[in-house]
Design a protein around this ligand. Sequence first.
Ligand code: SF4
Length: 467
Amino acid sequence: MAGKTLFEKIWDRHVIAEREGGQSLIYIDRHLCHDGSFNAFGQLREHGRTVRRPKQTFATPDHYTPTKSADLRDVPDPRATEISMAIDENCEEFGVTLFPWLDERQGIAHVVGPEQGITLPGIVLCCGDSHTSTHGALGCISFGIGASEVAHVLATQAIWQRRPKTMRITVDGKLGFGVSGKDVIIAIIRQISAAGGTGHAIEYAGSAIRDLSMEGRLTLCNMTIEAGSRIGMVAPDTTTLEYIEGRPYAPKGAAWDKAVDFWRELPSDDDATFDTEHTVDGNAIAPMVTWGNSPQWAAPVTEAIPEPSSEADTEKRAEMEATLDYMDLKPGTRIDEIKVDKVFIGSCTNARIEDLRSAAAVAKGRRAVVSTLISPGSGLVKKQAEAEGLDKIFTDAGMEWRLPGCSMCVGMNGDLLEPGERSASTSNRNFRGRQGVGSRTHLVSPAMAAAAAVTGTFTDVRKLMEG
Ligand code: SF4
């Protein structure tokens, strides 16, 4: 019998029932909710239902909370305040564990889950947010679900899903100085396209992936959804175990030993086969910058914006022309000649402690020449950063050190670009208007964002860090 992939080993253990048409009823081990999940609690109330497994359900406000002050009313839209306040009442009524506003454990759900040890290898985790793919970095199956599906999982602790195909993306080689998990995932999406992972669960493998820290792997899996796939995974290894051990909700004592024995069996078998395979040369990846309205429109900072006329596919050529028009950019422009108006360092992609350390290493002793907003991923990340003096480095550089939340990734709390403004952003989405009406978003790593902040243009961070 052929061996099994990491995905297959976990999926098969979680199938409760199967029905015609390829749908499987999957047991959910952990369910994360955020302030935007309020509708689902409303549906439960309306139908007189309870939460099936409240101890396996965790919530934290993130999308609508202010970053400027501790006052939940400090956002332009009063409805945002109502939404971020509703989570307290919903969690109290339904018995769900809440990491409330101003608690140091509060933050972006995809930062909080791994940080608290809620996300573990071998589990199935879901959340009403498409970037739930993040958690697969710890060797689990995790995927985003829609609002009505959130109510279904709250009520039943299970969900119907179609079994995806499997894909392995192998990145071998050694990442160069100044190249991070963010650059790896942008390079992957550039190579396989924003639809390249559609219908597949992706396992990232290879020496360059194994060498990534857990923060780097979380960034990688976070943007899996931007490659069209809902599930991204990295097999658990020593890096994973070292990250999890001692976290509040991680198993302890004998339960830890038992869990580790199980987790060590999870990596894909040597003879396992995947429906699709891609390879990427890790040695060749440089710091990346997106230049269009999809993460697939990206280039190394050392290159220029490509000519649409060189694209043979007419549909793709038209798409490139339209995206350049929206972004107000000309083909042939060197990436390092593009000026930015604002810099955002934060989001579930890049607001963990390692991300802030890499941005601070660039900002140290320099001054920001454009407005720069930094929002840590959680209260605990904020606390750690302040203990290390990173906040001081940022504020000395004239950057704004804010409270944790989704912030300018999506701007539901009013942290937005003005129409026509161009950002260097460590978030994950750059479609039209993502950071506000008429906004122009370029996705980069935290170090590249800090380099743009102190120079005003996209700058090869390796030049700033030489020596
Ligand atoms: S930081 Fe952005 S992508 Fe992540 S959960 Fe919040 S809004 Fe979604």
